[in-house]
Design a protein around this ligand. Structure first.
Ligand code: ACO
Length: 328
């Protein structure tokens, strides 16, 4: 059974923060950030939450697909920046949008979370257990970022993107998800980390190690090295699975972490940059929301055509990575 994306939606916070504004908070410059990352500005929450942004994105996706919230069987919400540990964000979104018949839970695979969500949805569709699934990526990373750490606070933004996926009936030509690859390298996981609160019970009081805090800590060079190799390799693996080549692909919708990472992946694949759409200049890295936000932009701009072959691929903390190939 094939799985098609029948609606997309996205939502971003009201406030835009450009590089010059960040340069007022930490020692950096617009020139350095643009040159090293390609990012010019990002949206930062002034009250919007993972749940409020996700709910807006889901409502837009449902509207586009012409579906009622009560028809949704399942909500898979990828996030690494929830406001509450309990209840999960997906259940709160279920309540906000009125999807009373859906089972809902969160997935944490950092920036690869939306891809892991798509693969999970695909597996459920295959079993016939659920047929109409909202896959969402939503983040308010600005609350996890150390606004004194210039090497990481420049990278991230807040926002949400959603896709409604449905089982596609019998089609003459294959359409929808035709191949998916996902993987993890937990051994290298601590190169990008963020602690939860310390263990503090009547029996034991945990002390954080030197330099550890409750904010995102990242070895940027290690993440960079991992991303450039792993993203290209998993796209190749997905292409082999789908019996396609790089030339067959119309668009590579990659995780928007850094323009230099995207250029390095394109080079490794011997693909021209025209096929790599980008929005990181405007919105930065929104972790799990990055891919669905860009996908929604392309969809609403009419840049996705029926039959187009599209690669979605990304990487994130974990370390996690994945690639999906869709025939639109
Ligand atoms: N402004 C000015 N100078 C800076 C800044 C800044 N914002 N940040 C770092 N520097 C300085 C450093 O201190 C260093 O100075 P030094 O040479 O005097 O020590 C110098 O610039 C070079 O630093 P590098 O870390 O080598 O810079 P690099 O070119 O590697 O760029 C960056 C850093 C942008 C973080 C890059 O490594 C990167 O993009 N890595 C990938 C990170 C990423 O994508 N993370 C998200 C993963 S997805 C997820 O799951 C959340």
């Amino acid at each position: 059974m094939m799985m098609r994306i029948t609606g997309t939606g996205s939502a971003l916070p009201r406030e835009t923060v450009d590089n010059n504004q960040i340069a007022e908070w930490v020692e950096t410059s617009d020139e350095w950030i643009r040159e090293r990352t390609g990012i010019g500005s990002r949206r930062i929450s002034t009250g919007e939450t993972v749940v409020s942004l996700a709910a807006q994105a889901c409502e837009k996706a449902l509207q586009q697909a012409g579906k009622d919230p009560l028809e949704v069987d399942m909500i898979l919400l990828a996030t690494c920046s929830p406001e509450y540990l309990l209840p999960c964000c997906a259940c709160q979104v279920q309540a906000q949008i009125g999807a009373a018949n859906a089972v809902a839970f969160d997935i944490n695979a950092a920036c690869a979370g939306f891809l892991f969500g798509l693969n999970t949805a695909y597996a459920y569709l295959q079993t016939g257990m659920y047929k109409t699934i909202l896959v969402v990526g939503s983040e308010v990373l600005s609350k996890l970022v150390d606004w004194k750490d210039r090497s990481s606070c420049i990278l991230f933004g807040d926002g949400a993107g959603a896709a409604l996926v449905e089982a596609a009936g019998e089609q003459e030509q294959p359409c929808g998800l035709i191949a998916g690859v996902q993987g993890c390298d937990g051994v290298k996981g601590m190169v990008l980390k963020c602690r939860e609160r310390a263990l503090q019970n009547p029996l034991f009081r945990e002390e954080f190690q030197d330099g550890e805090n409750l904010y995102v800590q990242m070895d940027g060079r290690e993440v960079y090295r991992f991303a450039t190799r792993q993203v290209a390799d998993c796209i190749q693996e997905a292409l082999e699975k789908a019996k396609l080549s790089v030339e067959d692909i119309d668009l590579f919708v990659l995780h928007q972490a850094n323009v230099r990472i995207i250029e390095a992946v394109a080079k490794r694949l011997h693909a021209d940059m025209q096929r790599f759409p980008m929005n990181l200049e405007q919105v930065g890295n929104i972790s799990s929301a990055t891919i669905p936000v860009l996908l929604d932009e392309l969809n609403r701009q009419g840049k996705l055509h029926r039959g187009d072959k599209i690669v979605l691929s990304g990487f994130g903390a974990g370390l996690t990575y994945g690639a999906c190939i869709f025939v639109w």
